[in-house]
Design a protein. Structure first.
Length: 418
């Protein structure tokens, strides 16, 4: 651990002050063992010699009657007291400076995860007025609005407007039926087919089913040029509108039997001895999974499951689905890891059990109604709704239209109509 340089220097200075008496010896590099006797030797005083009186051998002359003086003895010099040599105190140990711990940086607290707000009614962060929100909703879930439509939606509020769009059966749309009847359309003409659909989209009081039909038409694609029968195309369009808000499982099973799709993807030519893979491939690639989530073997095996699905009838006289049992392959098939004597409906069930199917469908819905490249947590939520509802699109659309991100700057007024 690093030390503060200033604190370490102060500690050393105080230690030297306490040991000044040893400074010289320390400077000479003397050890503590030599220093003790050296101090003792320096403190001793040399003993002076003892004076012993000398007695002369010559006889002392005796003067006449003169008393002989007593000899004066020298006063002995007292031996100086030599104090005992003091045992030198051991040198003061150099204190070891305790390193001052460096202050640890204050850890940035981990922010608590923000709950995934799944409804704008829980947390409205759009900064839009109620009028702006319902206007955005009517544009995306329908085909625009009149001033009276917008005024009414604002008066009942966003939540009630979502409910009317999703649970549309209570809305009277008889005026549209009368308008189309009064238009005198000739469905033998292709342009009249287009006019019929435009009238429905423009004048319906139930815009979301029509918008959903347009959405599915871009995925479950068929075209009049190859199908060649306007009535068959009308039937398919009605199928997308009538079943488009219901179970996607049921819609896929019906679209597999739809004459327009059977003609468009050559499924009516799919026979046991010569399986046609077109519909089986498109079912996984464009309708449910996307490439990378199935193998070529899965394509071949599922094509066998759809053998015998054909049509009966003639152009302009009505074309319908026909199952030819003799042309159906009843053998065991291995598809997406499951094994059995599967038919086309079994294949649809197995596909929709794949987690990717829920993510594929809900991503397509979000990108059509909101914006491209949705955040993963949005798709996590919508995919969960899709799966738990048994693939009901109505429930997914309700959740989608209530998502706060649907009203965010990323979605608001960002789609360009062509």
């Amino acid at each position: 651990m690093l030390r503060h340089e200033g604190q370490e220097a102060d500690g050393l200075a105080s230690s030297i002050t306490r040991r000044q008496i040893l400074k010289g010896a320390t400077a000479l590099g003397l050890t503590a063992g030599i220093l003790g006797p050296l101090l003792a030797a320096c403190s001793r005083v040399a003993d002076p010699p003892i004076v012993t009186p000398t007695i002369s051998n010559n006889p002392i002359p005796t003067p006449f009657n003169t008393p002989i003086p007593a000899p004066t003895l020298p006063v002995p010099t007292p031996t100086p007291f030599i104090p005992p040599t003091a045992t030198p105190a051991p040198p003061t140990p150099i204190p070891t400076a305790t390193p001052t711990p460096m202050p640890q940086p204050t850890a940035t607290p981990t922010p608590k995860p923000i709950p995934n707000q799944i409804s704008i009614f829980e947390a409205d962060t759009s900064n839009l007025t109620e009028r702006q929100k319902v206007a955005h909703l009517l544009r995306r879930a329908g085909f625009g609005y009149s001033k009276s439509d917008l005024d009414r939606a604002e008066s009942i509020g966003l939540k009630a407007t979502i409910t009317e769009l999703v649970d549309f059966e209570s809305i009277d749309d008889s005026a549209l039926t009368k308008r189309i009847g009064d238009a005198g359309l000739d469905f033998e003409l292709r342009n009249e087919l287009r006019r019929w659909w435009f009238l429905r989209m423009a004048y319906t009081k139930r815009p979301l089913p029509e918008k959903i039909a347009l959405f599915w038409h871009g995925i479950l694609t068929s075209g009049l040029k190859k199908v060649g029968d306007t009535y068959v195309m009308i039937d398919q369009n009605n199928l997308l509108k009538d079943m488009g808000m219901g179970s996607y499982n049921e819609l896929l099973k019906e679209i597999g039997r739809d004459p327009a799709m059977l003609i468009w993807l050559d499924s009516r030519l799919n026979q046991k001895k010569a399986p046609n893979e077109n519909y089986a491939r498109e079912l996984m690639e464009l309708f449910t999974l996307s490439p990378g989530y199935y193998t070529e073997e899965d394509v071949r095996e599922s094509a066998r499951a759809f053998t015998g699905w054909g049509t009966k009838g003639q152009k302009d006289k009505g074309i319908h689905f026909l199952f030819r049992n003799r042309q159906h392959d009843n053998g065991t098939k291995v598809f997406l890891g499951e094994e059995g004597n599967f038919d086309g409906d079994d294949v649809v069930d197995i596909i929709l059990r794949q987690p990717q199917a829920a993510r594929f469908v809900t991503t397509k819905l979000w990108e059509f109604f909101a914006y491209t490249e949705p955040e993963p947590h949005i798709i996590d939520h919508l995919a969960e709704v899709f799966t738990k509802s048994d693939y009901v699109i109505r429930d997914v659309m309700r959740a989608l239209l209530e998502r706060p991100e649907f009203y965010s700057p990323k979605a608001y007024r960002t789609q360009i109509k062509s």
